[in-house]
Ligand binder design. Structure first.
Ligand code: SAM
Length: 278
């Protein structure tokens, strides 16, 4: 794909370290006449630093459909548009998908550039051996919905990748531990920035680790959880557990019996029983 053609260029921008903008991204942002930005004020310093003289138009989650129509018009007028978000790759837990869909529906060209993405950056340093991963993005903010969402992921054998905000990281980690039981958790914080830290340890110990130092709760987070262990409870353990709990057995005893009957991991069932009870 030549950079000369009229297109919507999907351009990832740095997560924190400005040196992570690729040369190709730089070139596109300087060359296109239009830049559609999630927050034009936020992106202004970057564009100024690049010496971009492009006109900007806002494309955020509250106006994305209207922005998409404007972008299609620009392309039809023969003018290329670069799409950027505040940080990382547009369309990844960020606006962008509607713009891309509208351009494609109108027969326009979409040219994606590779570049910074917090999920992929964190995965590359996770050391997780799972062959596959599932990118979830943000869990629901409300406790009940969050637990339900995690519950639905419990049987996934692939690594799970979440984005989380600092004010919710403690609750999210507590819920992940309660529902998923014994796993490895990687807490990737402030990637590419001055206080970057990547902590790996047992999911069950992560809450204490975070609470031991308030600095560990600051900044931006990617949480990565190893997949459900092979041979883990395939549903039978859980089914028996629920029956025993419904029959009034205490959590510990129900988990022990369900594990003995089905061969599922006792501790995982115990954690699950606690989650069900709460
Ligand atoms: N589109 C972006 C991408 O490609 O990664 C993600 C945008 S989403 C609105 C913002 C979330 O990404 C943050 O809440 C955090 O979970 C994650 N994130 C962004 N920058 C990060 C960083 N430097 N370190 C860790 N996580 C980061």
């Amino acid at each position: 794909m030549t950079e000369e053609c009229v297109a919507l260029y999907v351009v990832p921008t740095p997560l924190g370290n400005l040196a992570d903008l690729t040369r190709r991204a730089e070139e596109i942002l300087r060359r296109v006449p239009w830049i559609a930005a999630e927050d034009t004020r936020h992106s202004a310093p970057l564009l100024k630093q690049l010496g971009s003289s492009a006109r900007t138009l806002p494309a955020h989650r509250h106006n994305e459909q209207a922005a998409a129509a404007r972008i299609v018009e620009r392309l039809q007028a023969g003018e290329s548009v670069a799409l950027i978000s505040d940080a990382g790759t547009p369309g990844i837990s960020d606006p962008g998908a509607r713009v891309v869909a509208a351009v494609r529906a109108a027969g326009g060209r979409v040219v994606p550039l590779p570049g910074p993405c917090a999920a992929v950056t964190a995965l590359s340093a996770s050391g997780l051996l799972d062959e596959h991963f599932l990118f979830y993005g943000f869990l629901p903010a409300k406790a009940g919905q969050r637990r339900q969402a995690i519950e639905e992921l419990r049987a996934q054998s692939c690594a799970l990748v979440f984005y989380e905000a600092p004010h919710r990281v403690l609750e999210a980690v507590a819920d992940l531990a309660a529902v998923l039981g014994e796993r490895t958790l990687i807490i990737a914080r402030e990637l590419t920035k001055l206080f970057e830290s990547i902590h790996s340890g047992p999911l069950g110990a992560a809450l204490d680790w975070l609470q031991a130092d308030p600095n560990r709760q600051r900044g931006e987070f990617v949480l990565l959880v190893s997949g459900a262990p092979a041979g883990a409870d395939s549903g039978e353990g859980e089914r028996v557990l629920k029956l025993l709990l419904a029959d009034g057995l205490p959590v510990k005893q129900a988990a022990k019996l369900a594990a003995a009957i089905t061969g599922a991991a006792k501790n995982a069932l115990y954690q699950h029983a606690l989650a069900l009870k709460s």
